[in-house]
Design a binder for this molecule. Structure first.
Ligand SMILES: Cc1cc2nc3c(=O)[nH]c(=O)nc-3n(C[C@H](O)[C@H](O)[C@H](O)COP(=O)(O)OP(=O)(O)OC[C@H]3O[C@@H](n4cnc5c(N)ncnc54)[C@H](O)[C@@H]3O)c2cc1C
Length: 469
């Protein structure tokens, strides 16, 4: 088995930047559902603990509003109750009902919906009993679903903000996505020692031990076909490597429009590729900061006062959202080895509309403006992080994300998870029109996020085994 990677390192979006003794994870910073990764190692006859050391991140994510309100999530139930009660006195029973309801949804989703290759929507839905189907809350928005358990707009906003990663506002995404905040509360948040990239290194080691031939710095220019089937991959240097099965981990719309753009059977789908709704883009900053960064913890999401407009701007607008919601991670707060002694690594993620929505952008100017607004907001909350403390700085714009990793339209998380882009409605993990062609990763089933793309690999492997024997 051969694996071709265009970049110098494996990991894709989950990459690493090293600079002056600081080590930054480029993309994912919140690792949840550790059981998914443990099972991959188990499937290979190995023990994850021998490859990756997971450090607990506690408390998990905290949310900060401009008026000073702060709300922290925790997988320690007593701490979570205290936190919820501080925002909405008397909400503890609602919290318990939320955990029980979202927990039942979560178990049902993984047992019957997420972890299966099913092409037929009717079969997919009929795997549920009528009671289970009702529990899914497909007719209710995520925001409305959370509102069944909490009156406080702050708690609804915090738990609903997970919709951003799914590519929809909490006012339009279906209610069953309450499984996202639940999964984080129930299974906790983790940081592999050495950063999220420590997980990539563990997986790479396992793959090499299993005999996978890995070629880095080897971009694939196109997937060759012959006689109506896959023939192999053409490297950018012109060499052809012949295979009867090719699995593309490149974003599905990029694979179809670029690597397979020459294939008439796939080109027929161009309309549906263009109609695929994608998750937003991101502008990301990597700051090596002198000294400790106080008052942020490990993960903090800064939400605006006008939450609804921010989501509207993100999904329907053509410019940086007015309220500028953003996320900050100080991974060195959990693993001090990520920065030189006494110093800090700071990662800032600012969601932006897709490149096609934003049109022509002067990125130098845009980056400077967003940076100033982020620093101003951090200052307002007394985080003590001023520009003069930033010793090292790297920035990735949505164009960089697109160009470096092949992310369609600069979308950070791949295809969105609207009701008609999940399960059997999502881009399939094989091309019916082109025998031997398979897909895996964030834009196919089951979806985006590190645990989901690992499950995606397993689902694609099952497809290959079923089809190719
Ligand atoms: C900024 C950011 C923050 C995120 N935060 C989180 C988080 O906190 N938690 C979480 O779980 N998820 C998070 N995600 C989502 C998560 O990173 C993705 O869902 C997941 O990493 C996608 O994996 P993938 O294998 O589908 O795609 P990729 O990681 O994009 O892998 C595709 C690979 O194909 C390579 N490639 C592309 N074109 C070619 C070519 N022509 N030839 C050869 N190789 C090629 C790319 O270099 C890349 O290595 C985040 C994503 C981003 C961008």
């Amino acid at each position: 088995m051969c694996l071709y990677e265009a970049n110098p390192r494996l990991g894709g979006r989950a990459n690493r930047i090293e600079s002056n003794g600081f080590r930054f994870d480029t993309g994912p910073s919140l690792l949840n559902y550790p059981w998914v990764f443990e099972r991959v190692f188990e499937a290979a006859g190995a023990r994850m603990a021998d490859y990756v050391d997971l450090l607990p991140v506690e408390p998990g994510v905290a949310f900060q509003w401009p008026d000073g309100t702060r709300f922290a999530l925790s997988s320690d139930l007593a701490a979570l109750i205290r936190s919820v009660e501080s925002i909405e006195p008397g909400a503890a029973p609602g919290l318990m009902r939320f955990l029980s309801d979202a927990g039942a949804k979560y178990d049902m989703a993984f047992a019957k919906l997420v972890n299966r290759n099913v092409d037929n929507p009717v079969r997919w839905f009929f795997s549920l009993s009528p009671r289970e189907f009702r529990r899914l809350s497909v007719w209710r928005s995520l925001y409305g679903e959370i509102g069944r358990f909490f009156k406080s707009p702050r708690i609804r906003e915090a738990l609903g903000s997970y919709g951003m990663y799914l590519g929809g506002s909490p006012f339009e995404l279906p209610g069953f996505f309450s499984i996202l905040p639940y999964g984080e509360l129930a299974y906790g948040l983790w940081l592999p020692r050495g950063g999220v990239y420590g997980l990539v290194e563990g997986l790479e080691r396992l793959a090499r031990e299993l005999g996978v031939d890995i070629y880095t710095n080897t971009p694939i220019e196109r997937i060759e076909t012959a006689g109506g089937a896959v023939r192999g991959v053409r490297r950018a240097n012109g060499e052809l490597d012949e295979f009867s099965v090719v699995v593309s981990n490149v974003d599905v719309p990029t694979t179809d429009s670029s690597l397979l753009g020459h294939e008439p059977r796939i080109a027929k789908r161009r309309g549906s590729i263009q109609r695929t709704r994608m998750t937003p883009g991101v502008l990301t900053f990597y700051w090596g900061v002198r000294g400790a960064v106080k008052g942020i913890g490990h993960h903090m999401i800064f939400l605006p006062e006008d939450y609804r407009s921010a989501f509207h701007d993100l999904f329907r607008g053509s410019a940086v959202p007015r309220g500028l919601p953003f996320y900050v991670s100080v991974a060195s707060a959990t693993d001090a080895t990520l920065a030189p002694e006494g110093h800090s690594t700071v990662f800032v993620l600012v969601p932006l509309p897709l490149l096609s929505q934003m049109g022509d952008v002067d990125w130098d100017q845009q980056v400077a403006e967003v940076r100033a607004r982020v620093l101003e907001r951090l200052d307002r909350h007394g985080c003590g992080l001023t520009a003069d403390r930033i010793e090292v700085e790297h920035v990735l714009t949505p164009c960089d994300w697109r160009d470096q990793f092949g992310l369609f339209d600069g979308s950070a998380f791949g295809a969105a998870h609207t009701l008609f882009q999940v399960g059997p409605f999502r881009a399939r993990n094989y091309a019916r029109e082109l025998p031997g062609m398979y897909y895996t990763g964030a834009s196919t089933t089951p979806g985006t996020g590190m645990p989901m793309v690992i499950l995606s690999g397993q689902l694609t492997a099952q497809r290959v085994l079923a089809h190719e024997g």
